[in-house]
Design a protein around this ligand. Structure first.
Ligand code: FAD
Length: 339
C-alpha cells in the first residue's frame, strides 16, 4: 500500500485546545508498518517528526515543519492468564475512554478510575495518565515501541518506562526516540474498587459497586467539574500539582491551613495547583482569547481566535504570580510543539 502523504494539513480539529495549526506533511498510519515507513522517510530526509495522538495534551504553534504522524491502527484484544487475571493488548490508536468502558462492562478491574480521560492508548504511558488515586503505571505490564530512526520494534517493561507522577522515560531520555505502537495492561476479575479519593465513594453510592458503576461515577464527577473540550477548547490540567519538601509544606500550612495536599511516601508533599491559582484570583478570569475555567482553576480554556504564544504568556503570568505569592514553581503539563 502506498502511504498517503497530506501536505499543509489543518490540525485545528486535531487538538482539543483548538489552536489553529497546519502541518507541512501529515500521515495517518493505518498499520505499524506504515508508521515504520513514514518514520524512515522522515529520518532519511532529515525532517523533524511529531507524533500525534488525540491531541488532548498539546499546545501547538501555528505550523509544524517536517512530518506529523498519527498512528490510527486501533485493535484491542484480551488474553486470559488465569482465573483472576486478564491481559489487555491495545494498539496505539485505540481511544482510551472506549477501552476503559469496554473492559469495565466486562467486569474487569484496574482502569475504571481513569474513565473519560481523552486521548489514545499510545499516549497514555507518555505522562503516565492518572486520576482519582490511580495511575496507568498501576496496571501497565509492557509497551511495544518503534525506534523512528531505524524502524526497529522493541518491548519495554513497566520498569523500563521509569514512571513517575505525570512522567515517564518517554518525556526524558526517550523523548522523540520512541513511538508507542501497543500497550499491554494486566487487569483483575476480582473486585478491587479504589474509592478513597475525594468524594468518589459517595458518588458511586453503593457498597458493592461493579467496575462499570465506578467508571460511570467517575464520568459523572468529571462531567460536572471539567469543561468538555468539544464545547470549550482545553487540554485538561494545564499545570502539574507541585511537589514540595516537608519543610516548605509546613511553612505553607502555617499560613494557609486549608491548602489541599497529599503526603507522599518519601516525605515530600503534593499540593493542589488549582488552589494556589484560585488564591491568586485567577479562577474564572478571562484574558483575551484564553481564560481560567470558572469551576476548575487548573484548566485553561480557549474561547477562540487565540494562538499558542498568547496562551503561554498567560500561563507564565499565572505561574509567576503563584511563585511570587507562595514560592512554589508551577510546571506545565501539556507538551508544547512548534510554539
Ligand atoms: C478535558 C481533559 C481532561 C484530562 N484529564 C486528564 C487526567 O485526568 N489525567 C491525565 O493524566 N491526563 C488528563 N488529560 C490529558 C490527556 O488527556 C492525556 O495526557 C492523554 O494521555 C493524551 O493523549 P493524546 O492521545 O491526546 O495525546 P496527544 O495530546 O496527541 O500527545 C501527547 C504527547 O504524547 C506524544 N504521543 C502521542 N502519541 C504517542 C505515541 N503513540 N508514541 C509516542 N508519543 C506519543 C505526543 O507527541 C505528545 O508529546 C486531560 C485532557 C483533557 C482535554
Amino acid at each position: 500500500m502506498t502511504l498517503e502523504w497530506q501536505r499543509d494539513r489543518d490540525l485545528t480539529d486535531a487538538n482539543t485546545l483548538r489552536l489553529v495549526c497546519r502541518a507541512d506533511r501529515y500521515v495517518a498510519a493505518e498499520t505499524p508498518e506504515e508508521l515504520q515507513r513514514a518514520c524512515l522517510v522522515a529520518h532519511e530526509q532529515g525532517w523533524p517528526l511529531t507524533v500525534l495522538g488525540g491531541g488532548s495534551n498539546l499546545v501547538l504553534g501555528p505550523r509544524l515543519g517536517g512530518l506529523t504522524v498519527k498512528p490510527v491502527f486501533a485493535q484491542w484484544w484480551q488474553e486470559s492468564i488465569d482465573t483472576d487475571t486478564v491481559r489487555i493488548h491495545a494498539d496505539a490508536g485505540v481511544t482510551w475512554h472506549d477501552l476503559v468502558m469496554s473492559v469495565a462492562q466486562q467486569g474487569l478491574w484496574g482502569i475504571e478510575n481513569l474513565a473519560l480521560i481523552p486521548g489514545h492508548c499510545g499516549a497514555a504511558p507518555i505522562q503516565n495518565i492518572g486520576a482519582y488515586g490511580v495511575e496507568l503505571a498501576d496496571v501497565l505490564e509492557s509497551v511495544e515501541v518503534l525506534d523512528p530512526e531505524n524502524g526497529d520494534l522493541a518491548v519495554m517493561s513497566a520498569a523500563d518506562c521509569e514512571f513517575g507522577y505525570r512522567d515517564s522515560v518517554f518525556k526524558r531520555d526517550l523523548s522523540g526516540r520512541a513511538i508507542i505502537t501497543r500497550m499491554v495492561l494486566r487487569l483483575d476479575r476480582r473486585a478491587c474498587p479504589r474509592l478513597d479519593y475525594g468524594n468518589l465513594a459517595e458518588c458511586v453510592g453503593r457498597p458493592d459497586p461493579t467496575a462499570l458503576d465506578v467508571a460511570e461515577a467517575v464520568c459523572r464527577v468529571r462531567r460536572d467539574k471539567l469543561p468538555d473540550p468539544t464545547v470549550l477548547g482545553n487540554a485538561g490540567s494545564f499545570f502539574k500539582n507541585p511537589i514540595v519538601t516537608a519543610h516548605h509544606a509546613d511553612a505553607l500550612f502555617h499560613e494557609y491551613p486549608e491548602l489541599p495536599h497529599f503526603a507522599l511516601p518519601d516525605g515530600r508533599v503534593k499540593i493542589a495547583a488549582g488552589w494556589l491559582i484560585e488564591r491568586c484570583g485567577f479562577k474564572g478570569v478571562r484574558q483575551g482569547a484564553f481564560g481560567v475555567h470558572e469551576r476548575q482553576a487548573l484548566v485553561l480554556v480557549h474561547h477562540g481566535g487565540g494562538e499558542a504564544a498568547e496562551l503561554l504568556a498567560f500561563a507564565d503570568d499565572i505561574a509567576r504570580q503563584v511563585s511570587e505569592r507562595f514560592d512554589v514553581m508551577l510546571e506545565r503539563e501539556p507538551r508544547v510543539i512548534g510554539a
